[in-house]
Design a protein around this ligand. Structure first.
Ligand code: ZN
Length: 140
């Protein structure tokens, strides 16, 4: 099995068995985002315990890239501090635009192939943008 196949398997696995899909009983933050170029819709629910992301869920619908990325993201940020979660989202976006080597991205590294398709980068970063919005928006 080569690296591309391994990546494909990982993306497929997150599509078939999405992690943290559903709703939280008492989300601290809920952010919904739309990617109109593809039609992806994602809502991210976060439960914050002080500065810590104690729980996270996503819901919505879209292409396999957007759904797999959301699933991977929720898995990656659960239990992290808000600061660490924001750093991960930033790191992932830089990784996809080719300016950064991956650092502790876990399964998200499987989305590297997306960097060759600028239109799909929006699919892969949708959940990350929702996370950034949820954690930087002090109002809601
Ligand atoms: Zn998409």
């Amino acid at each position: 099995m080569n690296l591309d196949d391994m990546y494909r398997e990982t993306i497929l696995d997150h599509n078939q068995n999405p992690r943290n899909r559903g709703h939280l009983e008492n989300p601290t933050k809920t952010v919904g985002l739309l990617n109109p170029t593809c039609g992806d819709e994602i809502a991210l629910e976060l439960e914050l315990d002080g500065e810590k992301v104690s729980d996270v869920r996503f819901s919505g619908q879209g292409c396999s890239i957007s759904m797999a990325s959301a699933s991977m993201l929720t898995e990656a940020v659960k239990g992290k501090s808000a600061e660490q979660a924001l750093a991960l989202a930033k790191n992932f976006k830089e990784f996809l635009t080719g300016s950064q080597n991956p650092e502790n991205l876990g399964d998200l590294e499987a989305l590297h192939g997306v960097s060759q398709f600028p239109s799909r980068v929006k699919c892969a970063t949708l959940a990350h943008n929702a996370l950034e919005k949820a954690l930087s928006d002090k109002e809601s």
